[in-house]
Ligand binder design. Structure first.
Ligand SMILES: Cc1cc2nc3c(=O)[nH]c(=O)nc-3n(C[C@H](O)[C@H](O)[C@H](O)COP(=O)(O)OP(=O)(O)OC[C@H]3O[C@@H](n4cnc5c(N)ncnc54)[C@H](O)[C@@H]3O)c2cc1C
Length: 162
């Protein structure tokens, strides 16, 4: 990261970004052609190991791409607040963001899908939900095992008040 002072390494702060963002932009590569698709997610972060769970209909282009190339990247952002300045280059946006890369897998095991959907709903709503076999059979679940990620924040300038 070029601006090291903006890097976030504190796990609590990283967790708070993961709790806030709600939408992940999943980057896929279809034979060299990038494809980015926004999706809701659930996550686990245990001993520094980050895993995402995504879900959707049982068919779609994103699954075709993942099947042929499971290498993925992702980005998410939250708390984006624009600020003004006297001249154009002093305008900007404060934010928190997280991005990284890893490997995607389409989950087929029913018990793992049930767990993944519960994690997804907990991340999205803060509530506990259980899923029966019929419900999980009508959705696809993608698991992303994250290999590398970084988090960053840009604060509002010192002389700026919202
Ligand atoms: C905030 C947000 C949250 C979402 N959360 C989820 C989620 O959790 N699960 C989920 O399955 N989907 C979600 N979607 C919809 C998702 O972005 C895709 O539209 C959907 O998953 C289908 O993707 P696919 O690759 O299977 O495309 P397909 O349905 O196979 O269609 C392929 C083509 O449709 C077009 N297309 C696909 N998605 C979009 C889009 N979002 N906007 C414009 N054009 C598009 C593109 O041209 C693409 O090449 C969300 C969208 C938004 C904006």
């Amino acid at each position: 990261m070029r601006k090291r002072e903006r890097e976030i390494t504190d796990l609590q702060e990283i967790r708070s970004i993961l709790d806030s963002c709600k939408i992940l932009h999943l980057g896929l590569s279809d034979d060299g052609q990038p494809y980015v698709v926004p999706l809701n997610y659930g996550y686990t972060l245990e001993n520094g190991a980050l895993v995402f769970y995504l879900h959707g209909a049982t068919e779609g282009y994103k699954y075709d791409v993942i099947r042929s190339n499971p290498r993925v990247s992702f980005a998410m952002e939250c708390d984006a607040v624009p600020f003004e300045g006297k001249v154009a280059c002093q305008y900007g946006m404060s934010y928190k963001s997280l991005m990284g890369m890893g490997e995607a897998k389409i989950v087929t095991d029913t018990a793992e899908k049930q767990l993944a959907l519960s994690i997804l709903m907990k991340s999205q709503t803060g509530k506990d939900f259980a899923f029966n076999e019929k419900l999980v059979s009508i959705v696809n679940v993608i698991k992303i095992t994250v290999e590398r990620y970084s988090a960053k924040k840009r604060p509002l300038p010192g002389n700026f008040t919202e």
